[in-house]
Design a protein around this ligand. Sequence first.
Ligand code: ZN
Length: 341
Amino acid sequence: MVLPLHGWETSCRSRSTEAKNLTDVGHTKFSEIPGATLATQNQINRFQFIPTSCMLCESSEADEHYVITKFKQGDLHFIKCRTCGTVYQNPMPDQESMREFYNSQNFFNCTTTSDELTGYRDYDGEEYTRRKNAEKRLAELESLYPPGRRLRILKVACGYGALVQLAREKGHQADGIDFSDVMFAGAQERGLELIHADFLKYDFGEEQFDVVVLYGAINNFLRPLDVAAKALAILAPGGFYVVNHVWPGSMPEILLRSHYWIYRPPIIGLYPKRAFQQYHVQVGFEHHCSKYDVQYLTCDKLFGYLQIRPLLTAVDKLGLSRRGFTIPIPGYAREFFRKPD
Ligand SMILES: [Zn+2]
């Protein structure tokens, strides 16, 4: 899976209003997926932490940034790298803690107070939004190539596979890979075959992709540059790696400081835009372009996230809950890296 993230995406999801049940779109709910049984018993998984150095530059020179004490997973120590400005957890959750987290009820269906909302409020209930985002993202990928070109696409941390499914419907050859048992089962149940494996360990053989995409997850990976190197290895010459990420010191962080919703257990690091680009160039990419991340949001999701209850009630009464729009997401950048010819 995804090592999902999901900085903004998760937080946005986690604070959304009571999401509509999946029955809205004709699917069973998370709790009904066989693979979810064990995970749902795991209400709060306390993390094991291990020491680390900076994920980008590997320096250990750092200053304290925030200590977050409100999560039952354990106290989170975020520090800021003196060399490249990355803000990261040290110690950080180990791989097994992350794996359990992404298979847990706590991630997919948070039902407790806001302090414990560390994952999605209702992952299943937001499929409609994911489908709308997938349409915009796929159109953007297609625009990187001449019109009508059939693309070989790999979506990393693909979740239930909304983008993969859409890409296949439009004639592309698309694959998705996710290590989460829950995500894999959910996709299967939707008739979608995905690769159930850890992206970093999976052997793609001779496969060469035109595009490797990773949305809402790189801030959850323990080693983001390992992800970049793997993407580079499986791309065709001239192919693109598209990744969005959360950066430190954005307007939400300036306003909210340690209360910024990004400072949650599964967020391993926040990467300054320039450093993120530079270290990907060191891995072997050309930096193609950088954009603000934009996402499609529905009214109920946006107002729920902002916790504006009167507006929530109003849009509900007016039947506008599912009315959506696309807005830039503060603190979130989308980067396009190109493999040299
Ligand atoms: Zn650093």
